[in-house]
Design a protein around this ligand. Structure first.
Ligand SMILES: [Zn+2]
Length: 351
């Protein structure tokens, strides 16, 4: 808790804030009733995103690549929190790049508006509003200018000119798995003028093997969000690969899927056969939403949740991956089923 003196000093002097972004946001970002997680920002609701916030603040890190499942992972929210922190604490030339101009406009009109507010809605981050100049933004709502002349541009990567115009120091690139080659490397070049200080945050879902996006992930240290085994306490990852059952830690019994007379598949018996196996002690771990929430919090609090598969990567390039199994918001059978359906469906059709 901040005492009165500290509050007075902080409010009257433009002191740089040395807190972690998560602590800054817990104080400065309040979603009210607008988000699934109500009230003040709390990284414990999305433990796997703490590392994004830490890397974004770390002055040694130039590039962060984040691969996480859609919606419930909180990665876009983490990017928005990073952006808000930068605007308030380390202002500069900032850019948010969506896939298309239409998506950029949508993001500005919904998610970003939630942060900065407008005549009708209360801002989630009041500190940004205080930094905006009177001429808050142009009619397209895609350029925000702040009192000190720093700015945030919001645009689509699809437009050639948007990948080649003026320099920016901070760049957030959204839905990178959908970007065409070589959009990412072109966009990254826009930060070249800030060789020593630029910050790039790329976020997206898993993409095609061999794509520019995939290469971005491989270039980093490849952190994989992991849990401590409830039996042996060692860290394990969730690996699911139909073509490599031995290398997977997700186990299931495909023979329990029944093919009905009309050719459709019945997964009723299959669901109970899906579990994770600890690669160290071979304990069986069954899906349990509460247990998963506990393990996620445990990995955050112990600070060792990301296990780096490429620790020899350059220290200024961070890549982070959390998959849907580790996230724990959906039963594991629900994640596995569509993949089984795709393979068995084919064989049913073929025979
Ligand atoms: Zn174990």
């Amino acid at each position: 808790m901040m005492n009165l003196i500290e509050r007075l000093v902080r409010d009257s002097l433009p002191m740089p804030d040395h807190r972690e972004i998560a602590d800054w946001a817990a104080d400065q970002v309040d979603f009210g009733n607008m988000e699934a997680f109500k009230g003040h920002y709390n990284v414990e609701n999305v433990p796997w995103t703490m590392a994004i916030l830490q890397a974004f603040r770390d002055p040694r890190v130039r590039k962060i690549c984040v691969v996480m499942p859609p919606q419930e992972s909180g990665k876009t929210k983490a990017a928005e929190v990073c952006l808000s922190w930068r605007i308030c604490e380390r202002p500069g030339k900032l850019a948010f790049n969506a896939l298309t101009n239409v998506k950029a406009e949508q993001w500005s009109d919904t998610r970003w508006k939630q942060m900065v507010g407008d005549a009708e809605i209360r801002p989630a981050c009041k500190a940004i509003t205080e930094r905006l100049s009177h001429n808050r933004h142009n009619k397209k709502k895609r350029r925000f200018i702040f009192r000190d002349g720093s700015f945030l541009i919001i645009q689509g990567a699809e437009v050639d000119a948007n990948r080649q115009s003026d320099s920016v120091e901070v760049q957030i690139n959204d839905e990178c798995q959908l970007w065409l080659q070589p959009w990412l490397s072109q966009m990254h070049k826009r930060t070249r003028a800030f060789k020593e200080t630029h910050k790039i945050l790329n976020i997206g879902l898993g993409g095609k093997i061999g794509s520019e996006w995939h290469q971005e992930f491989l270039n980093g240290n490849q952190g994989e969000w992991s849990h401590h085994c409830p039996s042996c306490d060692k860290l394990y990852q969730y690996r699911f690969n139909l073509r490599d059952p031995a290398g997977s830690t997700i186990r299931f019994d495909k023979s329990t899927v029944h093919v009905l007379p009309d050719g459709t598949l019945d997964f009723t018996d299959f669901r109970a056969t899906v579990y994770a196996e600890c690669p160290h002690c071979h304990a069986r771990i069954d899906y349990d939403e509460e247990l998963l929430a506990k393990m996620n919090l445990d990995s955050l609090r112990r600070g060792d949740g990301y296990v780096f598969m490429n620790p020899s990567a350059p220290p200024d390039v961070v890549s982070l991956h959390t998959n849907a199994f580790a996230l724990g918001r959906r039963p594991w059978w629900a994640i596995v089923e569509p993949f089984i359906k795709a393979t068995m469906g084919r064989s049913v059709f073929a025979t």
